[in-house]
Design a protein around this ligand. Structure first.
Ligand code: NI
Length: 167
């Protein structure tokens, strides 16, 4: 498994729309495996294929128990409630903001064998599903978050560092 380079927000690729996966080829499987290795090394909680320069609708999201969910052609089919929490992105290093997200979501996707499944997440995981799916449509959290000021960031770095999310 290879560690892939994660694109950062000045890269125009991040603004492009990813295409659905029409066939789960060995190349797609290799992409997912490489993304898993890349996510693990990054310390983030989610990763979209576009972040490693591949415009395919594939995302990884860390599960509540720390295992990594693989989602191909994911779609949010239910949203409930709201939350306003801190969010970051591996492609926007060092910047954080408060986003408005649903408190829980249900996502439908294919797994690597092509089987359809649904998965629900709340809190951090719901934020992560929304954040990663946004990437597939060229949306970054900075487009709609209230970004923290430098003072707020300095205050934050003096506190717990892993309250937020990097994806
Ligand atoms: Ni991100």
């Amino acid at each position: 498994m290879a560690i892939l380079k994660i694109l950062t927000d000045e890269d125009p690729t991040l603004r492009m729309t990813s295409r659905p996966v029409t066939e789960i080829t060995p190349r797609i499987i290799r992409l997912i495996d490489d993304m898993r290795a890349t996510l693990k090394k990054s310390g983030g909680v989610g990763l979209a294929a576009v972040q490693v320069g591949v415009l395919r609708r594939v995302v990884l999201v860390e599960d509540a128990d720390g295992s990594v969910l693989e989602l191909i052609n994911p779609e949010i089919i239910e949203r409930e409630g709201e939350q306003h929490e801190l969010e970051g992105c591996l492609s926007v290093p060092g910047r954080w903001g408060i986003t408005d997200r649903p408190e829980s979501v249900t996502v439908r996707a294919l797994d690597r064998t092509g089987r359809e499944f649904t998965v629900s997440g709340t809190g951090l995981q719901a934020r992560c599903f929304c954040h990663e799916l946004d990437h597939l449509d060229g949306i970054l959290f900075t487009d709609h978050a209230r970004m923290l000021t430098e003072e707020e960031m300095a205050q934050l770095s003096g506190e717990e560092e892993d309250d937020g999310q990097d994806g």
